[in-house]
Design a binder for this molecule. Sequence first.
Ligand code: CTP
Length: 475
Amino acid sequence: MNFKNILNNPIFKILKESVAEIGLKSYIVGGYVRDLIIKNSNKKDIDIVVVGSGIELAKKVKKKLNNTNKIQIFKSYGTAMLKWNDVTMEFVGSRKESYSDSSRNPKISFGTLQEDLLRRDFTINTMAISLNEENYGNLIDPFKGVLDLKNQIIKTPLDPLKTFSDDPLRMLRAIRFCNQLNFKIEANSLKAITQNSDRISIITNERIVDELNKILECKKPSTGFIILEKTGLLKKIIPELSNLKGVDEIEGKTHKENFFHTLEVVDNISRHTDNLWLKWAALLHDIGKPLTKKFNKKVGWTFHGHESVGAKMVYQIFKRLKMPLNDKMKYVQRLVFMSSRPIILSENEVTDAAVRRLVFDSGELLEDLICLCEADITTKNPKRFLQYHENFKIIREKINIVEERDRIRNFQPPISGKKIMAYFGIEPCDKVGIIKETIKEAILEGEISNKYSDALTLMKKKGLEMGLKPNENKL
Ligand code: CTP
């Protein structure tokens, strides 16, 4: 197989010339080759293996490109990284590696191309394309990567126990590739993941989260999460999710199986959004259920307060996984906290007041919250399924009507605290808050409209009731 006509990016011409000039055998390897064969041309990372050190080639390429970007050099690894437009090139000296049991830091020594390819994770990532003059564009495929790509198999080139033990992150990569590409993990490799799952503990949280995010970004993330669970990895990474598994039964009463329900919700939402954080909210929306589960003889199983417990758990999980504790985390927390609100609405007759309260409480999260709640409809009862979706349509219509009329979103009180203080001649105190709250509640309940004149009348009435003295000149 030859790829000389497919290497369209002008960068390859420069690479070829540079390789010829420095006279070190060099090859494109890894994901770029894999994606080229499966005709995915979006990849912007090009990994280049140089038999020798990668640094000299990187310098030559930089010069030829008149590239003003700085080369990042990692001398002890013989590695250099160069950015050019939206392309990132990594130049690595060919090597063989072995890892110790307790560390991710390999002992590195020089190796041949074949040895370099053999130490890689999966056969589909062990192919190389020559950048050398004599066989430019030729595919080198010593471990039958093309065949495995064709058969849609994720398989390690070495004994999987060794490959996974060398770098346990590869267990997550296997599951992620399986999910992304819709491939199968070969039986021995899958078995080895289960056997090695404890070793995930030596991997940094940042790298783990990176893979989890890539699984969540797939079209059907449940595929990945089911394998994570089956292999025992999920229990090590997010045990709170594994705890959602199972159904209890007392006096013939059961509750929903929350693990598979959760995955169904994540799949549902993935059909409507690429928003990674909305997907995290879907993944964690029921996370508080195991801790709040109770059996009540009259009503059966309850999960009272699981949303607020769940919101607290979001913080703990993000913190443990060293995910950023920023507004993304707060967004996920708020969605988990509010995740039952629209559902309750959809089960009953939808009143204007309930819609106004939902709009007020969710603010700019409203669309995402409704999207999450629609994804949360996983009932297998077709009549209820239809009814809930129908109710959500009504909710959406009502939101539009109420919003147009009452402008509740990003609610600003029609009367300010300053005005209340001036009119009644009072200093800042709880009375100001009580009057403001009374006006807000009346607007949300639909007792008055969201207008200055109505709010003013109510302010006067409430102030009188509280024994305050009006001052008409201060209006
Ligand atoms: N690799 C490996 N073990 C890892 C990570 C990477 O053997 N834990 C090898 C694989 O050959 C891989 C190459 O290094 O193809 C480049 O790694 P990376 O850029 O992380 O992944 P890609 O395969 O390019 O795919 P993606 O960008 O989707 O992660």
